[in-house]
Ligand binder design. Sequence first.
Ligand code: TYM
Length: 334
Amino acid sequence: TPRVFSGIQPSGNLTLGNYLGALKRFADSQNEGIESIFCMVDLHAITVWQDPDALRQATRQLAAGFIASGIDPDKSILFNQSQVPEHTQMAWIFNCVARMGWMQRMTQWKDKAGKNQQNASLGLFAYPALMAADILVYHATHVPVGEDQKQHVELTRDIAIKFNNDFGQEFFPITEPVIEGAATRVMSLRDGTKKMSKSDPSDMSRINLTDDTDTIAKKIRKAKTDPEPLPLEAEGLEDRAEARNLVNIYAALSEQSVDQVMAEVGGKAFSEFKPMLADLAVDRLAPISDEMARLMGDVGEIDRILAHGAERARGIASPILQKAYEIVGMVGAK
Ligand code: TYM
């Protein structure tokens, strides 16, 4: 039976990239009736320094973002990672299954650790093994993510395969990454070769889900483009990273294919296209940011939702962890 799992780090603001690449698509599986588990990965967030108060705030804000994006906490399971200890328990087993070389090849590790790898946290290095545990402790079969997480899901498959081989049992499923839609890699508004990211020092490079209407419009108006009008067809976007990015965002927000969008806006100047995009973005994002603000007015309720989600998550994870312990040879596992 299919089971969906995905996670988002509660570190800083949610961006349009998180929304289009992940959040917006999460409600799909839930609404198709597939059992869906969504996690605020607070333990992943602390692989780099987080101010404790800011982490608490970001975790609740992220929970509000999930709910405002259409995740129903009664249908789906919504919780924060630290409250389900089976994640870290399974991660230890995977630390012993995965190889140093596998971790060293991860592009996120290389990017985040930078030049001075000796000074990065041990947790940042082991990050992908915890991510594999997030997924496999539920025997999740499908993981909706943006393009940048593909390598980590592939590593999850490698860990599952090695565990199954080492212990001679088909215990873990071989999980599929689900990377779909027009906006699996939303790029920076200032540089079409860089991913839109909550950690980019320039706030003008991204749209935050908490940005107000004027800010969203201003950021789109100022987005970098080339001087040519939009091409008539999608092929004309190939060598135009910034133009392609804005068209992809338009397509994802309006739930159309890129070809449909080009039929509508092909040949237009940016002076005409950008206000259309700004209107669309405000129209789609303002209700979400309003709903997030409303939910944040009752933090007690958010905390209750997360606690309830953690209880349900443990109900699934605990027997799978115990079975893994038993397979590995831990006395007392049941
Ligand atoms: P994180 O918190 O960086 O991002 C959360 C989700 O948003 C997607 N995303 C984007 N999609 C399109 N364009 C962008 N510019 C963009 N930026 C971010 C990410 O691909 C992701 O789907 N390691 C994960 C969190 C994680 C996880 C997991 C995910 C931990 N355990 C288990 C899935 C399953 C991360 O750092 O995502």
